[in-house]
Write a protein that binds this ligand. Structure first.
Ligand SMILES: *Cc1c(COP(=O)(O)O)cnc(C)c1O
Length: 384
C-alpha cells in the first residue's frame, strides 16, 4: 500500500487491507471483499460495526451539542458516570473520563502519586499503553527500551507469581497494576486465587490495587469488568477499548477511599467525557443490558473454547468469554492468521504460537460456525 507509506509514519508497519465499511461482525475492504471480523478493532467494537443504537445515539448528539469541555456539565457525562459507578457496586466510586487506555492508566499513575508514595509494581509482558507514563508500566522490553529513561521506581515481576509480588510490594508501594487477564501478551489467565491474594497484599501494605480492564472490560469476558470472577474489588479500574463501542473513550474509576485522592486542578483532559463519546458509551451499556449480552457471551465463549480445543494442532485454548487465546503445538500462528485472512476471517497472530480472537459480543451462532469451519481448514492447510 504505497499511499500509506507516502503519508503515514512507519510506527505501525503497512497494513495489507483497507477497510471501507462494516455491519455487525462483518467488514468490507476497498476491493469489495467481505471479512468476518473476529478481532473487532482489537477488542473494541463490542457491538460490532454500525450498530443502530450507537449510530442513533452518536448522530443525535453530534447534531445537538458536540463538545463542551470540562468547564461545563452535560447530561451524558452525568448519566454515564452514574451508570459506571452502579456497575462497580461501590456507591463511593468516582469516575474520570479520558480518550484511551494509555490515558486511563496515566490517570491511575498520577492518582497513585497522591498517596504520597512513588513505588509501583507491575508485571512482565503486560501492556498498559504507549505514552511515557503508561509505557513505564508496560512490561515489554521491546516497547520500552528505545525510550529509556522512563519513570523511575517501577518494578516488573512475573505475572501470576505471588511470591515475587510479596518480595516487591511493601509499605512504600503506591500501586500495584495488573491486567485481570493479560490481553496483548497472548490472553494469559492468572492462577486461581491470584487477584484475591493481590487484594490481601494491598490491604496489608496500603498500596492501591489497580486493575487494567481496558481490554477485559465492557462485557468482553462475560462480566462488566474482567476481574469480577475473583469476587474482590480493586481500588482503581481503568477502561477504554469497548467502552465507547468504537468511539475514543476511556475512564479511570477510583473506588472507596481512592475516589477522593484527586483534588481540583490535579488532572484533566479537554476531550475527556465528550458528549458524543459518552453518548456512544451509554448506548453500548444499554444495548448490552437490553440484549442480555453478558449471559450470551458467557455461554458462547465456553462453547467456542471447547470447539477450538478439539482442532488437531491446537495445543490449548484459554481466556474468558469472547477474549480467547489459541495456542498451537508448533509455531504456525502467523501462517494460520494469513490463511484465515485470505479466506475472509480476521484474527490476530499474537506471537509465533498464539492467535487471539475477540469477536464483537453480538456475533451470531451462524457466524461462529462459519469462523470455526474456516479456522479449522486454515490450521489443516498449514499442517499439510
Ligand atoms: C489496548 C490496551 C491499553 C492501551 O490502550 P490505548 O487506547 O491503545 O492507549 C492499555 N491496557 C490494556 C490492557 C490494553 O489492552
Amino acid at each position: 500500500m504505497k499511499n500509506w507509506e507516502k503519508s503515514l509514519q512507519a510506527n505501525y508497519g503497512t497494513p495489507k487491507i483497507e477497510l471501507v465499511s462494516g455491519k455487525g461482525a462483518k467488514v468490507v475492504d476497498c476491493k469489495g471483499n467481505i471479512y468476518l471480523d473476529f478481532l473487532a478493532g482489537i477488542a473494541t467494537n463490542v457491538l460490532g460495526h454500525a450498530h443502530p443504537a450507537v449510530v442513533k445515539a452518536v448522530s443525535k448528539q453530534i447534531a445537538t451539542l458536540g463538545h463542551v469541555s470540562n468547564f461545563y456539565a452535560h447530561p451524558n457525562v452525568l448519566e454515564l458516570s452514574a451508570k459506571l459507578i452502579s456497575m462497580t457496586g461501590d456507591k463511593s466510586a468516582r469516575v474520570f473520563f479520558c480518550n484511551s487506555g494509555a490515558e486511563a492508566n496515566e490517570a491511575a499513575l498520577k492518582l497513585s502519586r497522591k498517596t504520597g508514595r512513588t513505588r509501583i509494581v507491575a508485571t512482565k509482558d503486560s501492556f498498559h499503553g504507549r505514552t511515557m507514563g503508561a509505557l513505564s508500566l508496560t512490561g515489554q522490553p521491546g516497547k520500552r527500551d528505545p525510550f529509556k529513561p522512563l519513570i523511575k521506581d517501577v518494578t516488573h515481576v512475573p505475572y501470576g507469581d505471588m511470591g515475587a509480588m510479596l518480595k516487591k510490594v511493601g509499605k512504600k508501594t503506591a500501586m500495584v497494576i495488573v491486567e485481570p487477564i493479560m490481553g496483548e501478551a497472548g490472553v494469559i489467565v492468572p492462577p486461581h486465587g491470584y487477584l484475591q491474594a493481590l487484594r490481601e497484599l494491598c490491604d496489608e501494605t496500603g498500596a492501591l490495587l489497580v486493575f487494567d480492564c481496558v481490554q477485559t472490560g465492557m462485557g468482553r469476558t462475560g462480566d462488566w469488568f474482567g476481574y469480577e470472577y475473583s469476587g474482590i474489588k480493586p481500588d482503581v479500574i481503568t477502561l477504554a477499548k469497548g467502552l465507547g463501542g468504537g468511539l475514543p473513550l476511556g475512564a479511570m474509576i477510583a473506588l472507596g477511599d481512592a475516589a477522593t485522592l484527586f483534588q481540583p486542578g490535579d488532572h484533566g483532559s479537554t476531550f475527556g467525557g465528550n458528549p458524543v463519546a459518552t453518548a456512544a458509551g451509554l448506548a453500548v451499556i444499554d444495548t448490552i443490558e437490553k440484549k442480555s449480552l453478558l449471559a450470551r457471551v458467557n455461554q458462547i465463549g465456553v462453547e467456542l473454547m471447547a470447539d477450538l480445543a478439539l482442532i488437531e494442532g491446537v495445543h490449548s485454548v484459554r481466556g474468558a468469554g469472547l477474549l480467547i487465546g489459541i495456542e498451537f503445538s508448533s509455531p504456525i500462528a502467523k501462517q494460520v492468521a494469513a490463511i484465515c485472512e485470505a479466506k475472509g476471517v480476521l484474527v490476530n497472530g499474537n506471537s509465533e504460537t498464539v492467535i487471539r480472537i475477540a469477536p464483537p459480543l453480538i456475533v451470531t451462532d451462524a457466524e461462529i460456525s462459519k469462523f470455526l469451519k474456516i479456522f479449522t481448514e486454515s490450521v489443516h492447510e498449514v499442517k499439510e
